[in-house]
Design a protein around this ligand. Sequence first.
Ligand SMILES: Cc1cc2nc3c(=O)[nH]c(=O)nc-3n(C[C@H](O)[C@H](O)[C@H](O)COP(=O)(O)OP(=O)(O)OC[C@H]3O[C@@H](n4cnc5c(N)ncnc54)[C@H](O)[C@@H]3O)c2cc1C
Length: 414
Amino acid sequence: MKKYSAFAVAREALRHHTGWQRAWRDAQPKKRYDVIIVGAGGHGLATAYYLGKNFGITNVAILEKGWLGGGNTGRNTTIIRSNYLQDPSAAIYEKARSLYETMSQDLNYNVMFSPRGVIMLAQTHHEVRGYQRTAHANALQGVQTEFIGPEKVKELVPIINIDGPRYPVLGGLWQRRGGTARHDAVAWGYARACSDMGMDVIQKCEVIGIRQENGKVTGVSTNRGDIDCDKLGMVVAGHSGHLADMAGFRLPIESVALQALVSEPIKPCMDVVVMANTVHGYMSQSDKGEMVIGGGTDGYNNYTQRGSFHHIEETVRALVETFPMVSRLKMLRQWGGIVDVTGDRSPILSKTPVEGVFVNCGWGTGGFKAIPGSGWAMAELMAKGRSPLTDAFGLNRFQEGRFIDESVAAGVAH
Ligand SMILES: Cc1cc2nc3c(=O)[nH]c(=O)nc-3n(C[C@H](O)[C@H](O)[C@H](O)COP(=O)(O)OP(=O)(O)OC[C@H]3O[C@@H](n4cnc5c(N)ncnc54)[C@H](O)[C@@H]3O)c2cc1C
């Protein structure tokens, strides 16, 4: 694969861009692979990438029923932070955040990581106490965050209404090296790197069955025929329940639509990410100038990839009271994705009752930020049978009652 560089851009400009290669091969399924990953979202692609990079396992296929990154990875609002409360969460999310810092260089693909800072507003006394507690926990975990007062919030976000008609801003949890990245680029960058290592990224290939013998996986059935494998990674977010059903076990997750919307592009007016969890809305400004706005999950399980209308209203109402200037903006697009939510709002990275089948799901409303850390840890789990980063996130925690309760940090936040 030819390297992307400023020199390559100049060279191609001179020869009318005739020399670019395809970013990844249009691979056809082979009869057998050492490892099959189901789902070419960020987590599936990152798992494959680190299997190759860290463990030299490259006889790998990534099977995607639609198009690459067409699931939640291409639908999210791209917030990256690691200010979680519990130690296992902070470890995996901070691993991910730190990998984002060098991802563009690592993949030789500009993922536009922008560590512009993330503020989670505290708008009740309860939230003030909660975020102060998180800031203390983060200090012990080596995650850099601080609790800031309302004046500092106003200084960082001049367009904010600090007095709020319902909930005044009392402070915020500030993570200076949190931020955003370009979601499609994360998927495309990993896919290009996987393809470059000889892996097959196969689109329009839907897994419709999981074949096994004596409790061990032997392969998958797809709409393009049967494919054999020694190990199988199920990394399909909102569709994890279906895949588990095919393999013959159940997962403790629910699938719900979560939605987002963007405004018309405007001049730069906000250079940090703001999350207002009490009134429930969050906003950042994209490089194109659009205000990227996220809301909440539907209150009932569904697969609509759209999101219900009353949630748009609620989200816009929350944004208008937090940033009154939003009331004068036109909204351009709205969409939804199907997120996979666990009871403790923490992910599942685990072996399963079927030998050779591993599952990575349950990232719910906040898994974009975790993609590189999750891929790193899942690859280690699949290659070596265990990873210190995944130990706490096994399926057995639901039987043993060892929940990693992140409902405050992740229940409604992203
Ligand atoms: C509106 C919205 C806003 C969000 N905002 C944020 C945010 O700001 N920050 C953040 O960190 N997270 C956010 N998230 C969550 C984040 O997007 C997800 O947690 C993350 O993208 C999940 O990635 P994934 O690779 O696990 O899943 P996906 O990207 O959904 O990939 C799974 C893939 O599996 C494929 N698949 C499913 N079934 C099969 C099958 N049978 N055969 C083959 N392929 C199959 C699907 O087509 C899909 O492409 C948001 C999500 C949404 C919907």
